[in-house]
Design a protein. Sequence first.
Lengths: 157, 88
Amino acid sequence: MGDVVQIYEDYKEHADFLTVYVREAHPTDEWQMKSNVKDDVCYAQPKTLEQRVLIANDFIKRFKFPLPFGVDDMSDAANDAYAAWPERIYIIDESGRIAYRGGMGPFNYKPEEAREWLAARYGAVKHKAAGRRNYPEAVSNGEGGNGDNASKQVPTV
Amino acid sequence: MSRFWKWVAVSVAALLLAGFVFLSFMAGSPKDVYGMVRYAFPHMHRGTLKVGSDAPDARIVALDGVSRFHIRERTHERPLVLVFGSFT
């Protein structure tokens, strides 16, 4: 999610963002991964909306996740409408049409493609590589992103 | 069993074994193959949306667990970057 947070920081002045929490991908009672145990991210698949909301709030608090956030309800309506599971990115333009359709995660989940779409429209934001955290260096052509967030820390998941 | 059918059986077995090895590599371990087939494949769908399609609406629950809003409520004045995911 670190890449998405960086994109949000770079383009939140130009685009709206919404993260939608959908059913868990690797819960303890289904296909749990070793990395989940290592990272202490161990949750059973929520059976109620309250459980989903609880996990979503845990995520927000743990990573200080800054993007606007919502939860898919137990009918999985958003997930079904967007074929979203386990992770996926779309960009919807002002006319309400799909402007970018990301690939299905995890193998085709590529936030950099969404960044490219935003960069083509609003200008690229370049970053210096600094471990897993990135810091804005300069704003190139177009309207550009906000260049005042160099001191902001970006959660990495 | 004729020689032909023996070759067919061996070929099918070899293909199944190769598929299992490939999935084990992709998933991480043989145990993960079960998880992938049992829990992931049934939920993975390419979907029918394309660039240019009308964005479907859906009702989303706010983090307070009570309030609701619609995706389309947020798609008027600026592009909306819609990120789907989970914790694990």
